[in-house]
Design a protein around this ligand. Structure first.
Ligand code: ATP
Ligand code: MN
Length: 482
């Protein structure tokens, strides 16, 4: 008879020798020596496997033949002191049951190291590997910690719409939402598509940011945050961009830019600490994984710190806060600029910073996270607070080593006349955003907010180089399988 199932994490941490338990999970490896079979089982609750040990003579040969890598099993028996190194206990198999077989000729995951590229092609199975199960557990812990952090501070979690008629950034990188028959689009007399006949009576798209609606929440509830999916049809095939990603966007009434930076820094540290406190074995595994990956890199590309070291370093150090103008001076005088090593040379104030510049500041110059603030208004969005110098806006970007921009935020322009003028200048149709402008018309207050790209955070904490490897099913140009 089976016992009531216990998770392997619980068995390994809480059960003691002599207890009879039932573990269920997927076989990672099976080894047979003379009269003994060793089965390593993992159920996703922890990176660690439980080892079941059985006398081959006690089991049906046909049954044991079904126990292969990838098969799902239930094993019942007594916990005994482990003979091998590594684990304190192992399971003396008494009953072995097979739920589902996995034909070794067809099952793509074998007990060896697979490339991350190959695993992306089998994203439906990759959570069964150590690396991806560890990443998914860390991702979960970080998501949980996001809610915990804001909840502890009294923020209200609000859900902003996923289908919108506005393009918050005015960047135009949107996916359209329609229920038109695309083969038979209704046209008006001018020959253009008549969106008044579409489902919402107007052109709509998937949201690129919940910020504008988030601000409406802040100007009623004080402090809110959103945590939802975000869509950008950007055709940039980088290791840091997805077409579908998750974003955390807090908005706070009565916060100026400094309050905004303080909150963001505190949040990032809180999230990292939460992962370090609660995902020790997963992070230890990922730390080792990264160290092995670094070993095969050329010397000058290797990072100076290991994963755990990096995380600890962030917790223990203040972020460097540098104005855009100061950053431009540093970049202008920098070696790669002088020696024309940058792809985009920094010649004058006003230049948009490329990721090579951001990475230089973070990884070479300051060697720690950097908060850049007070950017030229011409390279930033219309809703940012216009500083007295008439040249800059109260924006801030947080740059992380290996990642680049992880947070983008600003104090919001709360003065109606200034906001309206900027929108007109930038050609943002204020009629469509009448509801946004209403908050400036009625009881406007200074307020601020930012957006944290959740996958970039997971990337940083897990040390994964490619953003496609920290989300279960990545959406990128030409890729929408699963
Ligand atoms: P980048 O310059 O890296 O494209 P952005 O300036 O477009 O970033 P924001 O519009 O400020 O970014 O969005 C806020 C945050 O969302 C960014 O700091 C980043 O962490 C994340 N982010 C932005 N675009 C993507 C994307 N395509 N995939 C994943 N995360 C993203
Ligand atoms: Mn972008």
């Amino acid at each position: 008879m089976r016992e009531k199932r216990k998770k392997i994490k619980e068995i390994l941490s809480k059960s003691s020798v002599g207890e009879r338990v039932t573990a269920m999970g997927w076989v990672r490896t099976k080894r047979e020596s003379k009269n003994v079979v060793f089965i390593a089982i993992n159920d996703g609750s922890t990176i660690d496997n439980i080892q079941a040990v059985g006398d081959t003579g006690k089991f049906d040969e046909a049954l044991l033949r079904k126990v292969n890598t990838g098969a799902s099993v239930a094993v019942t028996g007594e916990l005994v002191e482990s003979q091998g190194a590594g684990q304190a206990v192992e399971l003396q198999a008494e009953i072995i049951e097979v739920f589902g077989e996995a034909n070794p000729e067809q099952y793509p995951l074998q007990p060896k190291r697979h490339s991350l590229e190959f695993l992306r092609e089998i994203a439906h199975l990759r959570p069964r590997t150590n690396t991806f199960s560890a990443i998914m557990r860390v991702r979960h812990q970080l998501a949980f910690a996001v809610h915990q952090f804001f909840h502890e501070k009294g923020f209200v979690y609000i859900n902003t719409p996923i289908i919108t008629a506005s393009d918050a950034e005015g960047a135009g990188e949107t996916f359209k939402v329609t229920n038109f028959d695309l083969e038979k689009l209704p046209k008006g007399e001018d020959g253009k598509i008549d969106y008044t006949q579409d489902f919402f009576g107007k052109l709509t798209n998937l949201t690129v940011s919940g910020q504008l609606e988030g601000e409406l929440g802040a100007l009623a509830l004080g402090e809110i945050y959103t945590f939802g999916p975000t869509f950008r049809a950007e055709n940039s095939n980088t290791t840091r961009h997805l077409a579908e990603f998750w974003m955390i966007e807090p908005e706070m009434a009565f916060y100026d830019l400094t309050d905004n930076m303080d909150l963001a820094e505190e949040m990032l540290k809180y999230l990292i600490k939460s992962a370090m406190d609660n995902c020790q074995s997963d992070l230890a595994f990922l730390d080792k994984r990264l160290a092995e990956e670094e070993k095969v890199k050329p010397q000058q590309e290797r990072s100076e710190m290991g994963l755990l070291e990096r995380l600890k370093f962030i917790l223990e150090n203040d972020f460097e806060r540098v104005s855009y103008s100061d950053a431009i001076e540093i970049l202008k005088r920098s070696k790669p600029n002088q020696k024309k090593k940058f792809k985009y040379l920094i010649e004058e104030w006003g230049a948009d910073l490329q990721s090579e510049h951001e990475r230089f500041l973070v990884e070479k110059h300051f060697k720690k996270p950097v908060i850049l603030y007070n950017y030229p208004k011409d390279i930033k969005a219309f809703y940012m607070y216009q500083n007295d110098d008439d040249k800059t806006v109260a924006a801030m970007d947080i740059l992380f080593p290996g990642i680049g921009e992880i947070i983008g935020g600003s104090q919001r322009e709360d003065r109606m006349d200034k906001l309206k003028a900027r929108m007109d200048q930038m050609g943002i149709p204020s009629e469509e955003l009448w509801w946004y402008l209403d908050t400036r018309k009625f009881g406007s207050v200074p307020h601020s907010g930012y957006g944290l790209g959740f996958e970039r955070m997971v990337q940083f904490v897990t040390g994964m180089g490619n953003i496609r490897d920290v989300i279960p099913f990545p959406r990128t140009p030409d890729n929408c399988e699963f």
